[in-house]
Design a protein around this ligand. Structure first.
Ligand SMILES: [Zn+2]
Length: 177
């Protein structure tokens, strides 16, 4: 049986016990931008929040694209989330290749070069990635200045979160200069 057929079968049982109250208008409190990696899927467990409290925006990496910025504007200004969390992780697959390598690989395996160069948003360092995301989100004119924007790295070996601080880095840069 295909995975989707298996899921459809399970859904029939799920619907029998479904609480219709869950279909009411959502009122999430936190917007989380995180990677498509399945190890980041248990956000209830990782963050100790209810699914209903979390507005989840997922991309590879994660990457804060123009689309993600639009979703954050909607999340904070329409759905009413109060804070933004940028959730990166160790061991991300997107650090294991470059966009150039992937474009070359897919051109070769498919024999079709028309979609290249495709943006895959590969990166090398989750800390650098997180800092760039924080700056990008904080500087967006449509994201209110009083919405906290904080970045973290989830350690896939320990399950712990480590915060990435941008302000301190600026201070350190000043001291070094
Ligand atoms: Zn990842």
């Amino acid at each position: 049986m295909s995975v989707i057929d298996q899921a459809l079968k399970a859904n029939r049982l799920y619907a029998q016990k479904y609480d219709p109250k869950l279909g009411r208008h959502p009122q999430p409190r936190l917007a989380v931008v995180t990677c498509m990696d399945p190890r980041l899927s248990d956000l209830e467990g990782i963050l100790g929040l209810k699914n209903a409290d979390i507005d989840v925006i997922r991309t590879g990496g994660p990457t804060v694209t123009e689309d993600v910025l639009g979703e954050l504007v909607v999340s904070t200004r329409v759905l009413g989330t109060k804070e933004i969390m940028l959730l990166n992780h160790t061991g991300c697959g997107f650090t294991t290749f470059t966009d150039g390598e992937l474009n070359a690989k897919f051109t070769e395996v498919t024999g079709d070069s028309t979609p290249a160069p495709m943006r895959f948003f590969s990166y090398k360092d989750p800390e650098v990635n997180t800092r760039e995301q924080i700056r990008k989100v904080r500087s967006h004119p449509w994201i209110a200045k009083d919405v906290p924007v904080r970045g973290f790295i989830f350690d896939v070996d320990t399950g712990r979160l480590q915060e990435v601080i941008v302000a301190e880095e600026k201070k350190l840069e000043k001291m070094a200069a």
